[in-house]
Design a protein around this ligand. Structure first.
Ligand code: ANZ
Ligand code: ZN
Length: 814
């Protein structure tokens, strides 16, 4: 890895010293450059990874680069995360805040394809561009630990993880119906299909049957679900994971097929409705269809349907299906024969791929039964009476039309009916195994070798990394093979076991595997012997604070948890959750809409930083709204922040310092320390910025040495450059960013006196000072005793006196 050269940065500084007699103009370009270099030189953001006493790991999601540069949304997230880290540093923690590039994978490759540049070349360009921009935004990054996922030193270990997964039985190959994006020309994991569309390019995803590599994340379903309880994460992300894992309790029930040895197993969450199961539905891919071939009378029609079902996308909502004529199943409760259908609203990957249809209780079955005129038999009733059903009644209730179970409540009937038909209770999870192979070029080649005699063998660890060959044509092939399959020298290899002729796997691994473990590598990115050192992991991990987008709720954030649990089992680490605290930030929008090139509302960071400086941009972004809710970027607002920082810059010139600040200023100062500290803790950055504004207003009336310093310290996390410059201008030698976060004095939080406004019938009539701790009754009495008020009220009797705490008294008279 090449080391970072600050000289790569523009613009060049005009002069290096700011200290002088006459105050300089506020020139963010110049001071930001000076301090950027100085911080790098002094390594103030580089904790000692082996010896740090109070480690604090402050992580943010690394970007996937394209040559277009850093997204304004990235800066929004990074600034918010950095402010948190900066306060921790001032509180005495050794803050580790690494950054890198998630540069391997389909994201960067799609961009390379779009602009017709080789991803290899593009990676070099965007690396330079990104690191320049990441420098400019003023984060306290620990630069020395930068990493890029396409660096062979990194992906060697990504491949190592794959090999361990295989050796431990957690990576396996199977033929399965998988998601295929024809635009990206690759398979996708379930998590990467959003509402039927490819997560990257929004093409409708189709189903394909292919043999692929999977990671057994389903082994960890229960663990992944239960451990959500022990982590402090944004609630919406936890809920998304819980739903994605999708635990459901139910029963397995057998439906025998008469005159055969065969039977159909169904998974149902509603065994209480068994008497109402009037037909069976198999998924079109169900294997039983094969075994029944000889009995099926309308085989042609059935095969045609199966064929068509393959090309249907989730868009096609209309229910379709076909009956298997000539075969029946027996409802084990009623002993009646019921028809068997195939339909694609039943999917193969869940439960058994077969259902008992209860149209009276399940809306999907109801719709299907209506369409194909299948019987609808009500078995659950709200009030113990049969009703004419206009739609399915999904709720639980009292059993009817269910023989000896009539009158029972659903809950009780579930158990009893399951026992009655010899069913088994069962817990199912919706989570499916992680499809890990991709038919693409720009990723770590999967380190596996196929030998005709020895089957699949992992590449020996000493031969890692399996380097990605540098090829001219990296375009996806459009077939189910990666472009690597066309490279004879890559494919042809020797079997590690028998030394016979063998061939190399040509798929690469999913880019989400690259990013599932990067935070482990940061702490020890130069290690040549291991993915990372255990002692360092003990010191720095789990991550103390992770901030990123909520869109990764069931992608990245699930995969990282999975891999952490696996590493824990391999004894690489002694914890099993990667991030103690995770907070999702909101979305940055422009002119009311999500930023996108097609809308033409993308914020160009370089331009804004050039025009205003990073401090202004940082503070402006944080002022837009609550950090977890995002905000709307408007040019008008940024000028307000620009003026604010200029007032900060000129404060010492425009206002004469005084010996001691008055009581009111003192109170406000302590209140501000408390409020801004708490706001940062809760990521309420917008209100922290307004408090800084309130405080500045006051200091413009007069400030002393101490209040000036405290102001700079409180503003430092938001505007790190200007505060550092001013801090040094008053003669401080160390960085403001390593100075101790100011403490407030509890006894000084309350105002000793406060001003009360008196209104009569809603009109302001008087103001007067009272003691800070006055109670409402005394306040009323004192208001009525004011000369002006007495005169205005005269002989009239007040009808009502309303007190607005700490501020106002309104007296109502006729
Ligand atoms: C009968 C029934 C009656 C059902 C009723 C539901 C309501 P969750 O909660 O998601 O686990 N099901 C089972 N396997 C399926 C598959 N492969 N494809 C589509 N649907 C499937 O839901 C489980 C329920 O979803 C099961 O319970 C089954 O329908 C359906 F009033 O059985 B049920
Ligand atoms: Zn072999």
């Amino acid at each position: 890895m090449t080391s970072y050269n600050p000289k790569d940065l523009d613009p060049a500084p005009e002069q290096s010293s700011v200290r002088g007699k006459k105050k300089m103009e506020y020139n963010p370009k110049r001071i930001e450059k000076i301090w950027m270099d100085k911080w790098l030189k002094d390594k103030i953001y580089e904790p000692d990874l082996d010896k740090a006493k109070k480690p604090f790991y402050n992580l943010m999601m690394f970007p996937y680069p394209s040559a277009e540069g850093l997204h304004a949304g990235n800066m929004y997230a990074y600034t918010g995360a950095d402010i948190y880290g900066r306060k921790k540093r001032m509180e005495g923690f050794s803050v580790f805040e690494p950054i890198g590039l998630d540069g391997f994978g389909i994201h960067s490759e799609n961009y390379a394809l779009k602009i017709g540049k080789h991803p290899n070349k593009l990676a070099k360009e965007s690396k330079k561009n990104f690191y320049n921009q990441l420098q400019m935004i003023g984060n306290g990054f620990s630069w020395e630990e930068r990493l890029e996922t396409y660096d062979p030193e990194y992906y060697k270990w990504t491949q190592w993880i794959f090999v361990q997964m295989f050796k431990k039985g957690l990576a396996y190959r199977k033929k399965a119906i998988v998601n295929w994006c024809s635009e990206c020309s690759t398979v996708l994991a379930d998590e990467q299909v959003l509402a039927g569309e490819c997560e990257r390019c929004a093409t409708n995803v189709i189903k394909k049957e292919l043999e692929q590599w999977f990671f057994k994340i389903t082994n960890y379903a229960e663990h992944l679900l239960n451990d959500l309880k022990k982590i402090d994460w944004s609630e919406r992300v936890k809920i998304a994971q819980k739903n994605w894992i999708g635990r459901s309790e139910g029963a397995m029930i057998k439906f025998p097929i008469p005159n055969s040895q065969l039977s159909i197993d169904v998974f149902t969450t509603r065994p209480d409705t068994l008497f109402g199961a009037t037909y069976i539905v198999l998924s079109p891919e169900h294997e039983l269809i094969g075994s029944l071939r000889s009995k099926i009378e309308n085989l042609k029609e059935v095969e045609k349907y199966i064929q068509e079902a393959k090309n249907r996308t989730e868009e096609d909502k209309e229910k379709t299906g076909v009956e298997l004529k000539g075969v029946k199943a027996v409802n084990p409760a009623t002993k009646e024969e019921i028809p068997i259908w195939i339909a694609d609203y039943v999917v193969m990957g869940y439960g058994t791929g077969a259902i008992m249809a209860v149209p009276a209780s399940d809306p999907r079955d109801f719709e299907f039964a209506r369409k194909f005129e299948l019987p609808i038999k009500q078995v659950i009733s709200k009030d113990d009476k049969e009703a004419k059903l206009e739609e399915a009644y999904e709720g639980e209730g009292i059993l009817i039309n269910s023989g000896k179970f009539n009158g029972l409540k659903s809950e009780e009937a579930k158990k009893k009916i399951t026992e009655f038909v010899d069913g088994k209770t069962q817990v199912n999870y919706h989570l499916r195994d992680w499809l890990i192979s991709r038919q693409r070029y720009w990723g770590p080649p999967i380190p596996m070798i196929y030998c005709g005699s020895c089957d699949w063998q992992p590449v020996p660890e000493k031969d890692l990394p399996v380097l990605l060959p540098d090829v001219k044509d990296f375009h996806p092939t459009g077939t189910d093979k990666s472009p690597l399959a066309t490279i004879e020298e890559f494919v042809k290899t020797k079997c590690p076991k028998c030394r016979g002729e063998a061939r190399h796997e040509t798929d690469v691994s999913d880019t989400f595997l690259d990013s599932a473990w990067y935070f482990f590598r940061y702490i020890d990115h130069k290690n040549k012997k291991k993915p990372f050192d255990e002692l360092r992991a003990k010191k720095w991990l789990p991550v103390d604070m992770y901030i990123g987008g909520a869109e990764h709720a069931v992608l990245h954030l699930l995969y990282t948890r999975f891999l952490t649990k696996v590493f824990n089992e391999w004894d690489l680490i002694d914890f099993d959750e990667p991030f103690k605290k995770f907070r999702a930030h909101g979305l940055l929008i422009k002119d009311g809409a999500k930023m996108s090139k097609s809308r033409g509302n993308v914020v160009n960071l370089d331009e804004y930083i050039k025009a205003y400086g990073a401090d202004v941009l940082r503070m402006y972004l944080m002022f837009l709204g609550p950090f977890d809710q995002g905000g709307d970027f408007r040019d008008t607002g940024i000028n307000g922040i620009d003026r604010f920082l200029k007032r900060v810059w000129y404060l010492k010139e425009n206002v004469k310092p005084i010996d001691a600040i008055d009581q009111k200023t003192e109170t406000l100062l302590h209140q501000s320390i408390k409020k801004i500290g708490e706001d940062i803790e809760h990521l309420h950055y917008n209100t922290a910025v307004s408090q800084l504004m309130i405080l500045l207003n006051k200091l413009e009336e007069g400030f002393d040495d101490k209040s000036y310093k405290v102001f700079l310290q409180l503003a430092a996390p938001f505007a790190p450059f200007i505060t550092e410059e001013l801090w040094h201008q008053i003669g401080e030698k160390e960085s403001v960013h390593t100075s101790p976060w100011p403490a407030y004095d509890e006894s000084k939080l309350k105002e000793l006196t406060k001003e009360i406004v008196v209104q009569i019938n809603g009109k302001v009539r008087d103001r007067f000072e009272v003691a800070g701790d006055i109670n409402d009754e005394d306040l009323k009495t004192q208001s009525l005793a004011q000369e002006k008020v007495k005169n205005l009220i005269g002989k009239k009797k007040p009808q009502k006196i309303i007190v607005v705490k700490n501020r106002l008294v309104n007296i109502v008279i006729d």
